[in-house]
Design a binder for this molecule. Structure first.
Ligand SMILES: C[S@@+](CC[C@H](N)C(=O)[O-])C[C@H]1O[C@@H](n2cnc3c(N)ncnc32)[C@H](O)[C@@H]1O
Length: 188
């Protein structure tokens, strides 16, 4: 029951950002969502894309994603349990939504390198150092409950996504949430 309400809260909090990702991708693209969690982003993208593969190491999240997607009758999505530091494939887009901040530095580097190798474009949605006090407290409290708070602190200390992107062809977008940004990396 608590999990149900947390999902509802999280989905409504993130809906406008997921919709921004929907607007950024091209129609009929092949997408992989790395660290897809329960697959909500791909279900939102499904009407616009030709194929989506969600990968996550959490077996329960993948089982939930498969079950809900099948129940709704969406046919162009697949979900697989797996480690995104080892992921390979050939896609138009790799998406990393709220994943990189949860990884240690080496894994961040590896996941981003693989994502760039496996796709023409990479979309990253993640935190930028929160500046507003209320938001800062909320995000830090939320991250303390996740089990990867150490990685999150290291991520902020290392200047988040920016440390990886200095010389790449990147566009950065604001979202409705002051501390969450979207980076679109175009490889071509
Ligand atoms: C904060 S959640 C974000 C989930 C989803 N992208 C979203 O926006 O709702 C981070 C997800 O990354 C997954 N994850 C972290 N490290 C991973 C790894 N090495 N391989 C696969 N999944 C990983 C976690 O299991 C978790 O579901």
């Amino acid at each position: 029951m608590i999990k149900y309400f947390l999902k509802k809260f999280r989905d409504s909090y993130l809906f406008s950002i997921r919709k921004q990702v929907y607007d950024l991708i091209e129609r009929d693209s092949r997408i992989t969502d790395l660290g897809c969690g329960d697959g909500e982003l791909l279900r939102i993208l499904a009407p616009k894309i030709s194929y989506g593969l969600g990968v996550d190491k959490d077996r329960k999240e993948i089982a939930f994603a498969k079950q809900l997607t099948k129940k709704i009758g969406i046919k162009n999505l697949e979900f697989a349990e797996g480690d995104i530091t080892e992921h390979s494939g050939n896609f138009d887009y790799s998406i990393l939504m709220l994943v990189l901040h949860s990884l240690d530095y080496k894994s961040r580097e590896k996941v981003l390198k693989n994502a760039r190798k496996n796709s023409d474009k990479v979309i990253i949605v993640d935190y930028e150092n929160p500046s507003l006090l209320g938001e800062k407290l909320f995000i830090h409290a939320d991250e303390m409950l996740t089990g990867h708070y150490g990685n999150f602190r290291d991520y902020l200390k290392m200047d988040g996504i920016e440390s990886f992107l200095k010389r790449k062809s990147v566009k950065k977008f604001n979202t409705d949430e002051e501390s969450i940004k979207i980076w679109k990396i175009n490889q071509k």
